[in-house]
Design a protein around this ligand. Structure first.
Ligand SMILES: C[S@@+](CC[C@H](N)C(=O)[O-])C[C@H]1O[C@@H](n2cnc3c(N)ncnc32)[C@H](O)[C@@H]1O
Length: 405
């Protein structure tokens, strides 16, 4: 059977079974399934309604199948979402569902005060959980219950089941599970780290560090274990290969480079016009790609802009494990080991470019990394921070929002 016919067969089965279930609810004056706070806590069908029981069971299987089929095997394999357990674990551990009354809205601030979980991490956890319809944010900054969070608030048995799943079984499985054990261990430890450091300021104050039994943060640990550092660098390359280069190429005026950069689309003020600095003054057309991994951005830009040169800087493991360069850019892309936690050694270049570097560092470290560039900057030099930003909550379909959070 081709995947197209499988797709349509599944979709038709789903429609048929959903109609049966819907008809059962309507005929028996039962509430339809809903994510809203007054939605039914359970979908219960008496065994005497064998057709409806079968339709309900088939719906559970087929909707998941349809989802996996439409996602394709690669997305299906790489989208296993450990964060779902982390956010549920935090909700359970900090007793968030019980912290404010049903039918009322509570600000993040007040929930933070009542639960003891700092506001920033509380927002992260809850907004992630909201993408699974656990709590909702009816207006920005205010949380309300949904059908799922209501169950957590009201039903002690369900609450305890969730507690056992997150704290006993999940942690227990981390001890015996060989496949993906590193990743599995991270989940529960993230909440332990929240309890222990609550508003961490250092990369070593993390679930990663607790889970791996180390005082190192992520990157320090990878440096201490070169094999893992190489694996990480390869994984980043795989991730980067799925990001198109064109938006980066379009976002800045690389053709006029280095004289002028377009303002970012969201900038309130136009970017200062660097035209006043002549190209002669700037003296070169070199982009320093700081934390550039195996150089996917530099290589992509070098292909599009033949006048530009690039220096890709990263930790020694990443630099040492890079694949060879394509011939057409080999003479314009150089690599060097550089730890951005110390002062930038390459001085006087026109652009210092960071893509996807700051998102997993604490604020204080980001400031340190940027300060380390300052001695290298000559007048008119440009620092570009190219980072993923979060959308406003609720502005993307839930699946997409969950991936970003
Ligand atoms: C998410 S990756 C982004 C890689 C690349 N900029 C891209 O967009 O594909 C973050 C990079 O920061 C690098 N990095 C982490 N700590 C570093 C350090 N102390 N000095 C230099 N690079 C570092 C990592 O090795 C990794 O390659």
């Amino acid at each position: 059977m081709s995947s197209t016919s499988h797709l349509l067969t599944l979709a038709q089965n789903i429609l048929h079974n959903a109609s049966l279930l819907d008809q059962y609810h309507t005929t028996n004056h039962l509430p339809s399934p809903s994510f809203e706070i007054d939605g039914p806590a359970q979908i219960t069908i008496p065994p005497s309604e064998a057709d409806v029981v079968a339709a309900h069971s088939a719906l559970l299987t087929e909707t998941r199948q349809l989802n996996r089929l439409v996602a394709g095997p690669v997305s299906g394999l790489v989208s296993t979402n450990l964060e779902d357990v982390v956010s549920l674990h935090a909700i359970s551990r900090f007793r968030i569902a019980q912290s404010f009354p049903l039918g009322q809205e509570a600000s993040f601030e007040s929930i933070s005060r009542r639960t003891g979980l700092n506001r920033v991490d509380l927002e992260r956890v809850l907004r992630h959980a909201m993408t699974s319809h656990i709590f909702c944010e009816p207006r920005i900054g205010f949380v309300a219950h949904t059908a799922a969070s209501r169950v957590l608030a009201e039903n002690e048995l369900v609450r305890d089941f969730v507690g056992v799943m997150c704290e006993e079984k999940f942690k227990g499985s981390a001890c015996v599970q060989a496949f993906g054990a590193d990743a599995v261990r991270r989940g529960p430890k993230t909440v332990d780290a929240l309890v222990r450091w609550n508003g961490a300021k250092d990369p070593s104050e993390s679930g990663f560090s607790l889970g791996h039994g180390t005082n190192n943060g992520l990157y320090a640990e990878l440096q201490a274990h070169p094999g893992r550092g190489k694996r990480w660098a390869n994984a980043m390359s795989q991730f980067a290969s799925r990001i198109p280069i064109q938006p980066v190429a379009d976002a800045y005026d690389w053709v006029c480079f280095p004289r002028r950069f377009k303002p970012a689309p969201f900038a309130k003020e136009p970017a200062p016009d660097a035209c006043s600095f002549s190209q002669a003054l700037l003296g070169d057309s070199t982009v320093v790609d700081v934390g550039g991994g195996h150089g996917p951005v530099s290589i992509g830009l070098a292909k599009l802009f033949p006048r530009l040169r690039f220096i890709v800087q990263d930790l020694p493991e990443a630099i040492g494990s890079r694949p060879s360069l394509p011939d057409d850019v080999a003479d314009r892309v150089d690599f060097m080991a550089y730890d951005f936690l110390v002062e930038q050694p390459v001085r006087g270049k026109s652009v210092y470019f960071f893509r996807a570097v700051f998102h997993n560092w604490p604020d204080a470290s980001c400031v340190r990394i940027l300060r380390n560039q300052v001695p290298a900057l000559r007048p008119g030099a440009t620092v570009i921070v190219n980072e993923t930003l979060l959308h406003e909550p609720g502005s993307l379909p839930p699946e997409q929002e969950r991936q970003r959070r």
